[in-house]
Design a binder for this molecule. Structure first.
Ligand SMILES: Cc1cc2nc3c(=O)[nH]c(=O)nc-3n(C[C@H](O)[C@H](O)[C@H](O)COP(=O)(O)OP(=O)(O)OC[C@H]3O[C@@H](n4cnc5c(N)ncnc54)[C@H](O)[C@@H]3O)c2cc1C
Length: 438
């Protein structure tokens, strides 16, 4: 029997019926065609950074693209880079940087694969930017019948809009073209503030190129995070200072306090206050390349849920989440991550057809302790239902397709694409059946 697979957060495990590492798109197409003809299932695993069961592949062939030999090509005039879809975001950022370019926006980490990140609607922050899928201009992919297709955002707009955020349900993406900008540096200003004043001045804060904030449950305090481009050179902090900040304050102290909370020595409100004052909530200014400023290394395991609400509903939705976390019934850990996104063009993009506010909640699992997140997350899920909240496809939620379909105008068109590209449901799993149907 094949070994078990588990995700980064260790909350999803599954038993594939085998593992495959195709080296060429033709070999991958053969694998998928065989599965289709034998009524079997197959699923590509990216880096396993999803918290939901979107990538679970019990009884299916688990495919990794990590050995795929696909060409990289750079179009300097168009500022696009075409790469193998299984490439990690960190490698893509390095490649772009070596060619004087950078993607316009990134999320909080860069360890995911490009295809995995875009498949689930991964996003950063900034009202002028959709999710990462919105940076893509074309794909090569293998359909559920084993056909190899190449499509372009301009000449095949409907297929692009379906495929760009497709939860791995339409095909295996093998090559991705990404639009970049000239390389740039960002200045991140982090400033502690009061939550009520922050909500009153939301529009003004959102004039920054990228803006978001971290809310510290039970404290009434936030950390404003404003990112703007700058001509200044990147900081070069002393290695010891960098190590102290990352290893001791942001991870070591944080994890020790979380463990104390886990065994009942520290109330969540006290924990959040310690973390706010000493680690995550302090004033600071940093300058660097986008990947160093947007993203960081997250070492403490965690369970995360996140919803996208319409921007117009941001303030009442944030207040509804605050009412849950401030009531003190749950181990609501810092920070609640509040970000903003411009409209997505992908039909299942979390911000499709609207500007959005993304609200993310976390329950850490310090030192591999098992801290229950379900009752807390269920209450957040319920609190956000009145706000047309769309769950992040790669994070935890308790919604079914019937809850979600009314939130997406092109839901039925997406289902038709699924029928066309995966008629045998080679890429189905329990998660997709719950969301998209059998
Ligand atoms: C520490 C951490 C930080 C995170 N930060 C953010 C953040 O800032 N913003 C945000 O929005 N999300 C964030 N996420 C969520 C994460 O970006 C998504 O869950 C993303 O899908 C993970 O990419 P992956 O490569 O690990 O894909 P996986 O989790 O392995 O797979 C996700 C889906 O993609 C499909 N897939 C993978 N490869 C292909 C392919 N080649 N073709 C077709 N389908 C494919 C899989 O089948 C599956 O359905 C974070 C997660 C973690 C653990």
């Amino acid at each position: 029997m094949a070994e078990r697979w588990r995700n980064w957060a260790h909350n999803v495990t599954c038993q594939p019926d085998g593992f495959a590492f195709p080296e060429h798109v033709e070999a991958l197409a053969d694998l998928i065609r065989n599965r289709y003809l034998s009524k079997g299932r197959a699923k590509v695993a990216g880096s396993g950074h999803s918290f939901s069961r979107v990538v679970a592949n019990d009884g299916a062939l688990s495919i990794s693209l990590s050995r795929m030999k696909a060409e990289t090509s750079i179009d300097r005039a168009a500022q696009t880079i075409t790469v193998p879809a299984g490439m990690r975001l960190s490698d893509f950022v390095r490649l772009a940087g070596a060619n004087g370019m950078a993607p316009a926006n990134l999320g909080a980490v860069v360890e995911q694969t490009l295809a995995g990140a875009i498949a689930t609607g991964t996003h950063g922050t900034g009202l002028s930017f959709g999710g990462l899928a919105d940076l893509t201009t074309g794909f090569e992919f293998v359909t559920g019948t084993g056909d190899i297709r190449t499509i372009n955002r301009v000449s095949d707009p409907s297929v692009w809009r379906a495929l760009a955020v497709s939860l791995g349900s339409l095909g295996v993406i093998t090559r991705i073209t990404i639009k970049c900008e000239n390389a740039f540096n960002l200045c991140l200003e982090e400033t502690p503030a009061n939550i009520n004043e922050t909500l009153e001045r939301l529009e003004e804060h959102n004039t920054a190129r990228n803006f978001g904030f971290w809310l510290f449950p039970g404290t009434g305090q936030v950390l404003l995070r404003k990112f703007n481009t700058t001509q200044k050179p990147a900081d070069s902090p002393a290695p010891i200072a960098r190590w102290f900040e990352r290893a001791i304050l942001r991870n070591g102290l944080h994890e020790a306090c979380l463990a104390a909370n886990g065994i009942g020595l520290l109330a969540a409100k006290t924990l959040n206050d310690i973390i706010r004052r000493n680690a995550l909530g302090r004033k600071r200014v940093r300058v660097g390349a986008p990947a160093d400023i947007f993203a960081s290394k997250i070492r403490i395991r965690q369970h995360v849920m996140e919803f996208s609400v319409p921007y117009a509903q941001a303030i009442p939705a944030i207040k509804a989440v605050r009412a849950v976390v401030d009531a003190g019934r749950h181990p609501a850990h810092s920070p609640i991550d509040v970000r903003f996104c411009g409209p997505d063009e992908a039909w299942l993009g979390l911000s499709y057809g609207r500007r959005s506010c993304m609200i993310g909640c976390v329950v850490y699992q310090p030192y591999r302790m098992s801290m229950d997140s379900s009752s807390y997350f269920r209450e957040i899920d319920d609190a956000l239902r009145p706000f047309d909240a769309r769950p992040h496809w790669g994070k935890l939620h308790y919604r079914k397709g019937s809850d979600i379909a009314p939130l997406y105008d092109r839901w039925d068109d997406f289902l038709s694409m699924r029928d066309a590209f995966d008629p045998g449901r080679v890429f189905a799993n329990d998660y997709l059946e719950g969301i998209l149907g059998a």
